[in-house]
Design a protein around this ligand. Structure first.
Ligand code: AN0
Ligand code: CP
Length: 327
């Protein structure tokens, strides 16, 4: 592995999940693998989980870590080529990325979309230029269209908590996983749901799960991320007999970056939980309590959100281990 930006960078997701669970059982088994290697984490946007879990994962492997909040501490970056930099930008991404690659053996980058121009965001121009010019392996810390470290942690969580009895699995029974849109007051990226859908569709291909996406009309995700998923527009129908409900808000892809009007109650609560197969409820966090997801669920026995966040450490450590072993 030389790059970790999507499920397509992973040859065997089952093996990567197994590697992560092995690290969870024995966190310091490879604590010299990263000796004298430096991980640089570059944030264009805020972060709690990604920032802390990826630093800890690197330390567990013996790496040194540097963190740069480019949005606060770095120079204003120019990304266009062929322009005279006589405006508000101070440094071109060509130099900035290359210099960071001089100091670090592996770089991580977080670069959220602007949610103004769909073609610009979905071209992943900023992220791809950073990869092109930095000259070292790159891990996505969430880009404009994907969040693979989160999605790997989500799959780890589903695999380790799978409620289907072993004997029924042999007969082909699989857990039903539902990605459920939820309300919000701000337009959020499609990166987390795109990535979750992509990983779950792959897991469904491997007969690990059954996958359903539920969102109001107008909030459908781009087709490239949802191939194979059952797409529905009624939450109660979707979560009936579900084993996992993955709650997340996202803004419209079709009416790009917009919060469209929708009908009905789309916030998961204990009443809706009664329609499920005693489902475990997941959310990548940060979550807006009683807006996106009822506090009664977050504080109740069906919430997996803290275990899911804990698995971000093993997700990052498995990916960093794979990158280090390849260099
Ligand atoms: C991990 C989630 C990061 C971001 N969340 C917010 C609130 O911006 C998002 O929805 O993509
Ligand atoms: N889930 C997640 O990536 O959280 P942060 O944005 O806090 O890193």
């Amino acid at each position: 592995m030389n790059l970790f930006t999507s499920v397509h960078d992973v040859t065997d997701i089952k093996q990567l999940v197994a590697d992560a669970l092995a690290l969870k059982a024995n966190p310091y088994a490879h604590n010299t693998l990263g000796k004298n290697k430096t991980l640089g984490l570059v944030f264009m946007n805020p972060s709690l989980r990604t920032r802390l879990s990826t630093q800890k994962a690197a330390m567990n492997l013996g790496m040194n870590v540097m963190v740069m909040n480019m949005d606060k501490d770095g120079w204003a970056l120019e990304t266009q080529d062929g322009v005279v930099m006589n405006g508000n930008t101070t440094e071109h991404i060509r130099e900035a990325a290359a210099v960071m690659g001089q100091y670090c053996d592996i770089l991580g980058l977080r670069s959220f979309p602007k949610l103004k121009d769909r073609e610009e965001d979905y071209s992943e121009g900023f992220f791809n230029k950073f990869v092109q010019f930095c000259g070292v392996p790159v891990i996505s810390l969430e880009s404009a269209t994907r969040h693979p470290l989160q999605s790997l942690a989500d799959l780890i969580t589903i695999v380790e908590t799978n409620p289907v009895p072993i004997e029924q699995r042999a007969q082909g029974k699989k857990p039903k996983v539902v990605l459920a849109w939820a309300p919000h007051v701000k337009p959020l990226p499609q990166a987390v749901p795109n990535s979750f859908a992509e990983w779950m569709c792959k897991a469904q291909e491997l007969h690990m799960i059954e996958f359903v996406i539920a969102q109001p009309e107008g909030f459908e995700l781009a087709d490239e991320f949802t191939k194979g998923a059952e797409i529905v527009h009624n939450l109660d129908h979707a979560i009936t007999d579900a084993d996992y409900v993955y709650v997340k808000n996202w803004s419209s892809y079709k009416e790009y970056g917009q919060i469209l009007p929708y009908e009905g109650n789309w916030m998961m609560n204990n009443e809706k939980l009664g329609l499920t197969n005693n489902a475990k409820v997941m959310h990548c966090l940060p979550v807006r309590r009683d807006l996106e997801l009822a506090a009664e669920i977050l504080d109740g026995p069906n919430s997996l959100v803290i275990q899911e966040a804990g698995n971000r450490l093993w997700s990052a450590q498995a990916v960093l281990k794979a990158l280090l072993e390849n260099h």
